[in-house]
Write a protein of this length. Structure first.
Length: 145
């Protein structure tokens, strides 16, 4: 997956984290006139994202959203996402996922196994299977006995 990120400096645990509101990209009002405000989004050059994951695979939509975030952070070019910030957020995401109770973790791991069987197709970027394996391994032992 681009292989962009490889470790990095992480914020000190003692630092306070700034709260940031989540907002969608805002368009100028004149840009939206006459088309009902539905403009097609063009991904910026260097932005990493997942190919479409078919709904019929039955993968939890929340997991897909998390995976999309991690792919964006780990695979996007440095001018779009600061590498050290991305590494810090990915570490936090994986740490939070290790808190899943055993039942929920088993479901996530099963979904990842299903996804792993699907990502070898031609629509998937090289390295995606390894990414899914790494993601599963990172959360599989969390919250252990």
């Amino acid at each position: 997956m681009g292989g962009k990120k490889s470790g990095g400096n992480h914020p000190d645990d003692n630092k306070a984290h700034k709260s940031v509101p989540i907002n969608r990209h805002q368009h100028d009002e004149d840009e939206d006139e006459g088309d009902g405000g539905d403009k097609e989004f063009n991904e910026p050059e260097g932005m990493a994202s997942l190919p479409e994951i078919p709904e019929d695979l039955g993968i939890d939509p929340m997991l897909i959203a998390v995976l999309e975030s991690v792919v964006f952070l780990s695979g996007s070019e440095d001018d779009l996402v600061h590498p050290d910030a991305a590494d810090a957020v990915i570490d936090r995401i994986l740490t939070v996922l290790t808190r899943l109770d055993p039942t929920r973790r088993a479901r996530v791991l099963e979904d990842l196994k299903t996804l792993r069987g699907h990502v070898s197709g031609p629509d998937w970027p090289a390295g995606m299977a390894e990414f899914v394996d790494y993601f599963a391994e990172s959360i599989s032992s969390g919250g252990a006995e």
